[in-house]
Design a protein around this ligand. Structure first.
Ligand code: AHR
Length: 502
């Protein structure tokens, strides 16, 4: 099996005998060599499908333009939401969608977004450019979107500028089936039956945009607010506490010490930025140095998870509390010609590789990490979809989500990997990353990421305990490090189908 440049391959193995698969379009003269042993008979735990969750915030053109265009728009829409975007999202089986923020969540008052649209108040989006939010997209529209794309809602509640009463009422409005003011208000607004809302975030980044709180203060607020986050009418809430942003062990320690008994999950945010927050590298037009550094940096996701999990293990030895990496992805300089607050960036093959590497980390961390949400779905940061007026394109990252559907809720198969290093100047990272799982259909899927910018890697992959009859593969690759799809050329970064081998 040869993995040439920038390859993500997903290989489905059926019953019978496996022979070999050349997953690469070209074979380099001098190849690096790697060996992987997939322990096909072992149970490495379930890879939760919720690791493939997404995040959509009232930020830039994510909600407005990217998803919501309104029923009067000439862009084809379903009850105001772009039909092309809905169809593209349905195709990747998004398990859950987080909304309305982000930083926006701690400034959002849900009553603004219900009732007749022309009577909804206009508000200033204080975090993202002080633009006017018409509130045309509110609770009913978001939950309608979730139903249209088949995703479970994950709602982020307002701790920073809200009250426990406001949070309690929102949950009652959405989930109570009986006779109450909130439930009746929901009915008056057109929804008879309550929705099922499992995931509820109690604040967002409350150490920063969510209120600049100390962990001690937030822990007390979490205890207070979460008390009023009630499970109504058979709806079972998962209360998600705000965790650290990257490496902040003190935050995790204090929140776990003071509030672990009230939470079902803790969040973690980690973005890949290079060289630093004040000077971000562009999304395209880069060289090997930026390719290498971004990919090496994204691997630090594993360290930050380990640090957070260590604090969780200290307090929760029974592994009851789940860890949700509910914001992650690449964060580049905003594209020229686009407003800085909109966080609009292109998406290249580098982002596809970054996504593949990150998913493999999540798979390996599946003891605690049960959910993750890439930031963000459309037109913001590491997006799956970009839109421009009536046009829409799928990014390389979208294709990774599509290819990796095979891992949803599959059983992880441990992999022993010996890989050469990818060295750049005097720094190095592993050239290959491999992850494997067995689906309910008993098909084994192996995903392989070659992070090396220029070298092919010959991979000898032993499938222990697997009787394979046929192999097929798919490859995401292109000729340039920054290959990306544009509205004029939407298929530069493509998925190749390898022929089935017997
Ligand atoms: O995803 C963009 C922003 O990044 C979110 O609003 C915030 O939570 C994080 O800092």
């Amino acid at each position: 099996m040869t993995c040439t440049r920038f390859v993500i391959a997903s290989i489905a193995v059926g019953f019978g005998t496996i022979i070999a698969l050349s997953a690469a379009p070209t074979i380099a003269a001098e190849e690096l060599e790697a060996k992987a042993v997939v322990r096909g008979g072992d149970d490495g735990g379930t890879i939760s499908r919720h690791l493939y969750g997404q995040f959509a915030e009232h930020l830039g053109r994510c909600i407005y333009d990217g998803i919501w265009v309104g029923e009067e728009s000439k862009i084809p829409n379903t009850r105001g939401m772009r039909t092309d975007v809905i169809e593209a999202l349905r195709a990747i089986n998004i398990p859950n969608l987080r909304w309305p923020g982000g930083c926006f969540a701690d400034d959002y008052h849900w009553r603004d977004g219900i009732g007749p649209p022309d009577q909804r108040p206009k508000r200033v989006n204080m975090h993202w450019g002080q633009v006017t939010d018409t509130n045309a997209f509110g609770t009913h529209e978001f939950l309608d979107l979730c139903e249209l794309i088949g995703a479970e809602p994950y709602i982020a509640g307002n701790v920073g500028s809200g009250t426990p009463e406001e949070m309690r009422d929102w949950i009652e409005y959405m989930t109570y089936d009986g006779d109450s003011e909130m439930a009746n208000l929901r009915r008056a607004n057109g929804r008879q039956k309550p929705w099922k809302i499992k995931y509820f975030g109690v604040g967002n980044e409350n150490w920063g945009c969510g209120g600049e709180m100390t962990p001690e203060f937030y822990s007390d607020l979490f205890r207070q607010f979460s008390t009023f986050c009630r499970s109504y009418s058979g709806n079972e809430l998962v209360r998600v506490a705000c965790g650290p942003g990257g490496f902040n062990r003190n935050w995790s320690r204090v929140v776990m010490d003071r509030a672990a008994n009230r939470m079902q999950a803790l969040s973690l945010h980690f973005y890949t930025v290079y060289p630093n927050w004040n000077n971000k590298t562009p999304a395209t037009g880069f060289g090997e140095r930026e390719w290498f550094e971004m990919l090496r940096e994204c691997l630090r996701m594993n360290d930050t998870i380990n640090e957070t999990v260590a604090e969780m293990d200290r307090v929760d030895s029974r592994n009851r509390i789940e860890l949700y990496v509910d914001e992650w992805g690449s964060w580049y300089r905003v594209e020229e010609g686009h407003p800085g607050y909109g966080l609009y960036q292109q998406n290249s093959l580098r982002d596809a590789v970054l996504a593949g590497l990150t998913f493999h980390i999540f798979h390996d961390q599946n003891r605690r990490v049960k959910m993750a949400n890439i930031a963000q779905t459309v037109n913001v940061l590491q997006a799956m979809i970009l839109t421009q007026g009536e046009q829409m394109l799928l990014t390389p990252t979208y294709h990774v989500f599509e290819m990796y559907k095979v891992h949803h809720d599959a059983t992880r198969l441990p992999v022993q990997l010996i890989t050469p290093d990818y060295q750049f100047r005097r720094r190095s990272m592993p050239a290959l990353s491999v992850s494997a799982s067995r689906g309910e259909d008993d098909v084994v899927n192996v995903s392989i990421v070659n992070a090396h910018a220029s070298e092919a890697v010959q991979l000898n992959c032993e499938l222990q305990g697997v009787e394979a009859a046929s192999v097929s593969g798919r490859i995401l690759t292109s000729d340039a490090l920054d290959a990306h799809n544009t509205f004029d050329a939407p298929d530069q970064c493509f998925v190749m189908f390898a022929p089935e081998a017997q």
